[in-house]
Every structure is written in C-alpha cells, then in structure tokens.
Design a protein around this ligand. Structure first.
Ligand code: SAH
Length: 288
C-alpha cells in the first residue's frame, strides 16, 4: 500500500491562464494516474463550464471540476458504439458558440494518436479560439510506470511510435513494417492488441528476431496496471493466456529488459530487483 501525503490545494505565486467563454482548450489528461496531469490541465479543469472527456480519462480527475460544470462523456473505444468524431468536434463548436468555457479532455497527449489535430482543425475552421495543453503520452509515461525507459543509451538512439489501427480499424496499410523493423531499435505500439498477431508476424518476416523481448503494459499508471514480459514469437499466446487486452502499450525491443532493474513499483513493495545490470555491462551505468 502506497503512503500518501496531503498536497497543497492552491497553486499560488504564479499567473495561470484564464479559460475564457467561447474558447475550447484541448487538454491531455495523461495516461491515467491523476498525478500525471499537468498543472495547466488542472487549471483548465477548475475553470471549465463544459468538460467533454474520453473513455481513457480516469473519472477521479473529473472530481476536480466545478460542481456546476457540465461533464459529457464522448468515449470512443474500438469495436464499441461510440460518438462519431465529427459529432464530437461540432459539439465543441456548439458549446463554444453558446459562450461556454469548454475543455476537451483526452487521454495521454491530445496530439498523439488522439485526434486532437482533427478536433483543433474543425474548431479553427469554425473560428473558435483554441489552446492546446499537452499531456504525458501512454507510450512514454505508461512504459515508465512499468520500469521501461523508452530510450536507453545501451539500446536505442531512436524510438518509433506506431498505431496498430487505422481509420477502418484494420492494421494501417500505410505502415511499412519492413522499414520500421529495420530502422527502429525500439517500437512502441498503441492500439495494437487486436492485430498483435499480424504485427508480430510482419515484424518477424521483416527480420526481427523471434526471441526479441516484448513488454505489454495494460491500464498503465492506474491501480489496474499489469505488465507482461514476453517475446515476439510468443507474445500473442502469452497475452491471451494471461488475459491481457486493451488499453495496452506494446513495447518491442531490448529496452524492455531494463525492467529487470527498474521495476520501481516492485522495489517499492520490498521486492529486490531481479538484475541490476540487464545489459550485462558488468560495471556501473554511469562509468561510461
Ligand atoms: N492520446 C493517447 C493515445 C490515444 S490512443 C496518448 O497519448 O496516450 C488509445 C491507445 O493509447 C490505447 O489503445 C492504448 O494503446 C494507449 N493507452 C492509452 N492509455 C493507456 C493506458 N493507461 N495503459 C495502456 N495503454 C494506454
């Protein structure tokens, strides 16, 4: 059980931007843990008349809304009935035109596989003024909560973020898996569970080793977070056997091995690190 301390409620000493009537702020809520919100996001939540939020936004965050705020769910989850993207964007336009202070709260970062670009564009096309508040994206923050550094000097000088879905819900046909496979030391896949079988086959066919380490982090940064350490050849079967489903971040690459040293949530529970030198360097990490 994690110990808690009380947190100062007022954030004095700074000028915080005002969310004005008729404006829409597109705000990232981070991957789940409310503590991963930015201060700008909290400032927005406290001012908004209308909050339109997504499926992946943790409900406790909405407790910080003003008591009289209108809180509207606009969830979109693969395969389930959901509000249409254009309807959501036009709903934002309507609220802004009605003189409301509108907050569009999206999981992670609004501009990372979050359709924040489309919503912002529709608002701009309707002359609605906007502000963008970035958030911590699940592909970075979610992996950090699993103890996986998305870059690590011994492993990768680049990282590729890909989506496992395109607009039709299929694996994106525009993705050149061969190029990704050759060019990306670490591949971070969003929305990849449905097509994980196709994705791993594409990666193996393009030359990635079958035993390449893979980590799957589901419900990252929430109390339901679970992490599966597996490899390319068995990841689909292992995920099925252990009931891993969406929302999940899949990380392909040797950076995932660092979890053997950096699983800080396990360490906090008194479990010793499995291996403090997963890259087998035989010397302290900073002596280089
Ligand atoms: N804008 C978001 C991504 C939205 S797409 C961001 O920047 O994080 C939705 C996908 O994000 C999910 O299918 C999953 O792959 C990933 N995701 C979002 N939150 C997650 C979480 N808490 N744990 C694991 N994956 C998450």
């Amino acid at each position: 059980m994690q110990e808690t301390v009380s947190f100062p409620a007022s954030l004095g000493g700074s000028e915080w931007p005002e969310l004005k009537p008729g404006w829409v702020w597109l705000v990232g809520a981070g991957p789940g843990d409310p503590g991963l919100l930015t201060l700008h996001a909290l400032n927005a939540i406290r001012q908004a008349d209308v909050i339109v939020y997504d499926a992946l936004v943790q409900k406790v965050i909405l407790d910080w809304a003003r008591p009289d705020a209108e809180v509207i769910y606009a969830g979109k989850r693969g395969g389930k009935p959901s509000a249409k993207q254009r309807d959501i964007s036009l709903q934002l336009v309507d609220h802004a035109r009605a003189g409301k202070r509108v907050l569009r709260l999206k999981g992670g970062d609004p501009f990372v596989f979050g359709r924040g670009g489309e919503e912002g564009q529709t608002l701009v096309q309707h002359d609605v003024p906007i502000r963008i508040i970035p958030g911590i994206s699940a592909g970075i923050g979610g992996l950090a909560y699993a103890g996986i550094p998305v870059t690590h000097r011994d492993v990768n000088q680049s990282v590729t973020f890909v989506t496992g879905h395109d607009q039709s819900g299929d694996t994106p046909s525009s993705l050149d898996w061969e190029a990704i496979s050759k060019g990306s030391q670490v591949i971070v896949i969003y929305m990849g569970m449905k097509h994980l079988d196709r994705i791993r086959t594409a990666l193996i066919n393009a030359g990635r080793p079958e035993d390449e380490p893979v980590a799957i982090v589901t419900n990252a940064t929430t109390p339901e977070q679970r992490v599966l350490e597996t490899n390319l050849s068995t990841c689909v079967e292992d995920a099925d056997a252990q009931g891993f489903g969406a929302p999940a971040i899949i990380c392909v690459g040797r950076a995932t091995l660092m979890r053997q040293a950096l699983d800080w949530q396990a360490i906090a529970q008194g479990i010793a690190p499995r291996n403090t030198d997963p890259m087998g360097r035989g010397r302290p990490a900073e002596d280089r």
